[in-house]
Write a new protein. Structure first.
Length: 139
């Protein structure tokens, strides 16, 4: 082989190698772009999962508020002043109707009047701010 033939083969090979390298770089960039961008389906699934989590949190908190009677009742006619648990389903409840107070025994099947109090019991109703202040003082 002569030198001009060898040089032409080398230059043709260099052009082919340069084209392959350029195509490989473009394919790598395209593959990286596809991997780094999440699909619309994945984004929608993530958003739906977050929505379900927030709704479960709201329903759980509402259930706990109802379960532990943390929602105050501002009913002037009938007030529950105190509740003491005696067992799993039995309670003593102090109820005020108007100016009269009643001590009731409450079970799963029935409610019994234990006593009609002659002298009303005064119960302090501390606000959340007062309770927080007392907790800070205890520390």
């Amino acid at each position: 082989m002569s030198i001009p033939v060898i040089l032409s083969l080398v230059s043709a090979t260099q052009v082919d190698v340069a084209a392959v390298v350029n195509e490989g770089t473009a394919a790598t960039v395209a593959a990286t772009t596809k991997v780094s961008e999440p699909s619309q389906l994945a984004s929608a699934a993530s958003m739906l999962g977050g929505l379900i989590l927030v709704l479960l949190l709201i329903f759980t908190l509402a259930y706990l508020l109802r379960r532990f009677n943390l929602v105050p009742t501002h009913n002037n006619v009938l007030k529950t002043l105190a509740v003491t648990s005696l067992g799993q389903k039995e309670r003593l409840v102090l109820v005020q109707v108007g100016e009269q107070q009643y001590l009731l025994g409450v079970s799963a099947q029935q409610v019994n009047l234990i006593d009609k109090l002659a002298e009303p019991i005064q119960i302090e109703s501390a606000s959340f701010a007062d309770k927080l202040r007392q907790a800070k003082l205890k520390q």
